[in-house]
Design a protein. Structure first.
Length: 495
């Protein structure tokens, strides 16, 4: 029997969403989903709908009749902070940050009573690990032949895209040295019925697994791709995690329940049991094909380049699947809200390494890697530059093209305040620093692919120890007593 249809009545779950359709019901129950009951073309038209909706603060969209397919298309499911909170089942993403802090602060307590008190937390941690199950909805229909990637309503997002792209895939691979699993989100251009591009950029773990597999002299590398899962599992694929930290464990932490995984039919990998579609297959080591261009999250087309080819050997799915997709392009779009949640969730981890950091912000126009604003508690000369270089040395933050550091009294979430303070506080020659290093693969302005310059701006108040001996003026502000008096008089004015 097929799983329950999306249009059943819904009450908000007491436990983690089991699959994508439970998330859909939650969105609908909260007034955050709009059904589109008429035919819309996956080639360009769905993108235009989704782009208009996100920029106007509209809801998630479920296209019930995509042209040429019987499979509904879900898009913009994460495209607001309220939807991110529904997806992660929290009142605020700050709750997840607080949970991270709680686990980071755990220490082995002294004495028997302290250790006993710690046991529930240890049990909770153990409950995050993924759970292998014997069967799952993702394998209700199994097709080892007579299938096509275009059985799914795959989108062509923008006019100059090289074709149709799978845009929200969970790509699973295994480290051949350690046996540990990785799940990343790498777009996939559909070349034909059975092959697609595997756009894992050189800095990504999928590409590292590919290189390590080649170093073992192997000819093929197993890859599996899940499309559509519970929202925390989807979200985990984009998180900037350390290498070999299993995204499915982090998904368990986010959803407070283990992710159920099922073994693939034709390759040595596991995938989320309640995914909507699973593509099983392999990449042939050394086989590359031109992929792109693609309208990317920078708001520009990323250029065509050579990437591995994914060969699909088996396609499994639920009996009544939903195709989950996203689009990227001129900001803000759905990916901005997903990134904003990362910013808030991972701030405690940054502060663990850099306790002087008070807050960070990545404005939409900076498209994640182009601009990061940092407020900090300055303690010694050159401190702001130490923070810049620490960020450039931390994981995917190494791609930050411009880092702007301000004092702790500046609200970095207020871009207007930041611009005002920065432009007043800097002497450009003194306070701007340039460095060379790795840059994002999508940076079309860099001098070479994956390598270029980055800029740090120290907009903190300068100290004598930094060679600044002039007076530093205070910010203009009215006295509290005058404000109080005018508050009283203000009410007597007819405006």
């Amino acid at each position: 029997m097929a799983r329950a249809a999306v249009l059943l009545p819904y009450s908000f779950p007491a436990m983690a969403y089991r699959d994508l359709r439970e998330f859909l019901r939650a969105l609908e129950d909260k007034g955050e989903l709009r059904r589109i009951p008429f035919e819309v073309d996956p080639v360009l038209e769905i993108t235009e709908f989704a782009d208009r909706a996100v920029k106007r603060g509209g809801p998630a969209l479920l296209f019930e009749k995509p042209k040429g397919s019987t499979v509904p298309v879900l898009i913009n499911a994460f495209a607001s902070m309220s939807r991110m909170e529904i997806a992660l089942e929290v009142a605020s993403v700050e709750e997840i940050a607080a949970r991270i802090v709680e686990f980071l602060e755990m220490r082995m307590p002294e004495g028997l009573i302290g250790k006993l008190k710690m046991l529930p937390k240890l049990a909770e941690m153990a409950a995050f690990f993924p759970k292998i199950v014997g069967k799952g909805a993702c394998q209700e229909v199994i097709r080892a032949d007579r299938f096509s990637l275009l059985d799914m309503p795959v989108l062509q997002c923008w006019p100059e895209d090289a074709g149709r792209f799978i845009t929200l895939p969970l790509v699973f691979s295994r480290n051949p040295d350690t046996g540990k699993r990785n799940c990343g989100m790498y777009r996939m251009q559909v070349f034909d019925e059975r092959t697609a591009g595997m756009h894992w950029q050189t800095h990504k773990q999928g590409a590292e697994h590919y290189r390590r597999t080649a170093s073992h002299g192997r000819k093929r590398m197993d890859v599996a791709v899940a499309i559509g899962a519970d929202p925390a599992t989807i979200y985990s694929a984009i998180l900037p995690l350390p290498p070999d930290l299993d995204e499915m464990t982090i998904a368990g932490f986010l959803r407070q329940s283990p992710v159920e995984m099922v073994k693939c039919q034709t390759c040595d990998l596991e995938v989320p049991a309640n995914a909507e579609f699973v593509l099983e297959g392999y990449v042939e080591l050394g086989e590359l094909r031109t992929e792109g261009p693609f309208g990317d999250h920078t708001g520009f087309y990323s250029l065509a380049d050579e990437y591995p080819v994914f060969h699909v050997t088996c396609m499994t799915q639920s009996r009544d699947p939903i195709y989950a997709a996203t689009i990227v392009g001129p900001p803000p779009m759905e990916d901005y809200y997903m990134g904003k949640a990362i910013e808030r969730i991972f701030l405690p981890l940054m502060r663990l390494q850099l306790p002087e950091v008070r807050d960070i912000a990545m404005p939409a126009e900076g498209v994640f890697h182009n601009l990061i604003l940092v407020s900090m508690r300055k303690s010694y000369p050159g401190h702001a530059r130490k923070v810049m270089h620490s960020i450039w040395g931390t994981g995917q933050a190494m791609f930050s093209k411009v880092i702007v550091v301000v004092d702790e009294d500046v609200d970095v979430q207020d871009v207007r305040e930041v611009a005002w303070k920065v432009l007043n506080n800097i002497d450009p020659q003194r306070d701007i620093e340039f460095v060379l290093g790795p840059v994002d693969s999508l940076d079309h302005a860099s001098r070479l692919p994956n390598f270029g310059s980055k800029m740090g701006i120290d907009a903190t108040r300068k100290w004598p120890g930094e060679g600044f001996t002039r007076p530093w003026p205070g910010v203009i502000e009215m006295s509290a007593e005058v404000k109080r008096r005018v508050d009283e008089l203000w009410e007597r004015v007819v405006w």
